[in-house]
Write a protein that binds this ligand. Structure first.
Ligand SMILES: Nc1ncnc2c1ncn2[C@@H]1O[C@H](COP(=O)(O)OP(=O)(O)OP(=O)(O)O)[C@@H](O)[C@H]1O
Ligand SMILES: [Mg+2]
Length: 332
C-alpha cells in the first residue's frame, strides 16, 4: 500500500519455549492510512498487545521479532538504530495503555508530566511547555485545565487519568496513536466519552489510531477498518460496514454473535458464541488454528493451513471457504 502511514508486513514475534521458539504473532500484515482508525480485535491471548509492543520495538525480553517489516511512511522501523527508534516512539507513534494509573507517575503532578513529555520532544522553555500542557489538557477536554496542572494522578477520576495519558501521547504531535484497550478499565459512559475524544482528535489533528480491543461494539462505533486476529494471525480484514453486515471468517461470525448490542446470541438465546478456548501458542492444532472451534470445519482445515483469500472488494479472510476461483489477496 503506497499511501499507508503504517504498513506491517509479515510480522512474527516469538518467545523461547521448552521445545524451541514459540511464535505468538505469526506473519501478520495490515496497514493504517493517514487519519484512519483501524481496529485490531480478537480474544484474550491472541497477540494484540504483543503486536502493539512489536510496532514500537518494545517486545519484552526474551521475546523478539523474528520476521517481517514495519514500515512507517515507507521506512522500516526494524532497520533503525535504537537512538533513532527512540525518536519514533512518542514522537511519531504515540501510545495509550489500558491502565493509566500504572503509566502515570503517582508522585508527580499531571502538569509536570505532560510538560516533561512536551520537553522531551520539542526544544521549548519550561514556561512554554507548561502553556502547552494547558493547551493539551484543554484539547483532551479536561475542564479548568490550568487548575488541574497541580493535581496528582490519584486526585483524578479514571476517565480524567486516561485523558491525561492521551494528552501525554499527543504532546509530541504524533501521526499515529496505538491505543491498547484504552477504555476497558472505564465504565461505559466514560468509555464513550474517551472514544468521542479520539474521534474529535482525528477530525482536528488528522490523527490515525490503531485501536486494540476485544470489544466489537467499540470497533463498530469508532473504526473505519478492522483486522481480526486469532492465535497470532490475521484471520479477517475488512472495512467496518461489510465486517458487521457480512462477516466472512467463522471466527468473526462467532465474535459478533457474542455481542448483545449487535444482535448476537446474548440477546435472544444463551448459547456460548464460540465453544472452546484460544489454543496456547506452544500447542497450536494442525491445519487451521481455529478448526477445533469452527462451526464450518471441513476435512482440509485439519490438514492444511489456509492462506489469506479475497472475499470481496476490500475484504479478506484466512479460511478455506474462500479458497478457489477467487483471486488470492496480496496481503499474506
Ligand atoms: N513475556 C511473555 N513471555 C512469554 N509469552 C508471552 C509473554 N507476553 C505474552 N506472551 C504470550 O503471547 C501471547 C499473546 O499475548 P498478548 O498479551 O499479546 O495477548 P492479547 O491479545 O493482548 O490478550 P488480552 O486481550 O488478554 O490483552 C499469549 O499467549 C501470551 O501468553
Ligand atoms: Mg492485551
Amino acid at each position: 500500500m503506497p499511501d499507508a502511514l503504517l504498513a506491517v508486513d509479515g510480522l512474527s514475534v516469538a518467545f523461547p519455549g521448552a521445545g524451541g521458539d514459540v511464535e505468538v504473532v505469526r506473519r501478520l500484515s495490515f496497514s493504517v492510512a493517514p487519519g484512519e482508525f483501524v481496529g485490531l480485535v480478537g480474544e484474550s491471548g491472541c497477540g494484540k498487545s504483543i503486536t502493539a509492543l512489536a510496532l514500537l520495538r518494545l517486545v519484552p525480553e526474551p521475546g523478539r521479532i523474528t520476521a517481517g517489516r514495519i514500515l512507517l511512511e515507507g521506512e522500516d522501523l526494524l532497520e533503525l538504530a535504537e537512538p533513532e527508534m527512540r525518536r519514533v516512539r512518542g514522537r511519531r507513534i504515540g501510545m495509550i495503555f489500558q491502565e493509566p494509573m500504572s503509566a502515570l507517575n503517582p508522585v508527580l503532578s499531571v502538569g509536570f508530566q505532560i510538560a516533561e513529555a512536551v520537553r522531551v520532544h520539542h526544544a521549548v522553555s519550561r514556561r512554554e511547555a507548561r502553556e502547552e500542557a494547558v493547551r493539551l489538557l484543554d484539547l483532551v477536554a479536561i475542564a479548568a485545565p490550568r487548575q488541574r496542572l497541580k493535581d496528582y494522578p490519584h486526585q483524578l477520576s479514571g476517565g480524567q487519568r486516561q485523558r491525561v495519558m492521551i494528552a501525554i501521547a499527543l504532546a509530541a504531535k504524533p501521526d499515529l496513536v496505538i491505543a491498547d484497550e484504552p477504555t476497558t478499565a472505564l465504565d461505559v459512559t466514560v468509555q464513550a466519552q474517551i472514544l468521542e475524544l479520539l474521534e474529535g482528535l482525528r477530525q482536528q489533528l488528522g490523527l490515525a489510531v490503531l485501536l486494540i480491543t476485544h470489544d466489537l461494539a467499540v470497533v463498530a462505533e469508532t473504526c473505519d477498518r478492522v483486522v481480526v486476529m486469532y492465535a497470532g494471525q490475521g484471520v479477517e480484514e475488512a472495512p467496518v460496514e461489510p465486517l458487521f453486515a457480512a462477516p466472512a471468517h467463522p471466527y468473526t461470525r462467532g465474535l459478533l454473535a457474542a455481542v448483545p448490542t449487535l444482535g448476537g446470541a446474548a440477546r435472544g438465546g444463551d448459547l456460548p458464541a464460540i465453544p472452546g478456548q484460544v489454543p496456547e501458542p506452544a500447542s497450536l492444532p494442525a491445519g487451521c488454528a481455529f478448526h477445533p472451534r469452527c462451526a464450518d470445519v471441513m476435512d482440509e482445515c485439519r490438514q492444511r493451513q489456509p492462506e489469506i483469500y479475497r472475499v470481496a472488494e476490500r475484504q479478506t479472510a484466512r479460511c478455506f471457504l474462500y479458497e478457489g476461483p477467487r483471486p488470492e489477496a496480496s496481503g499474506s
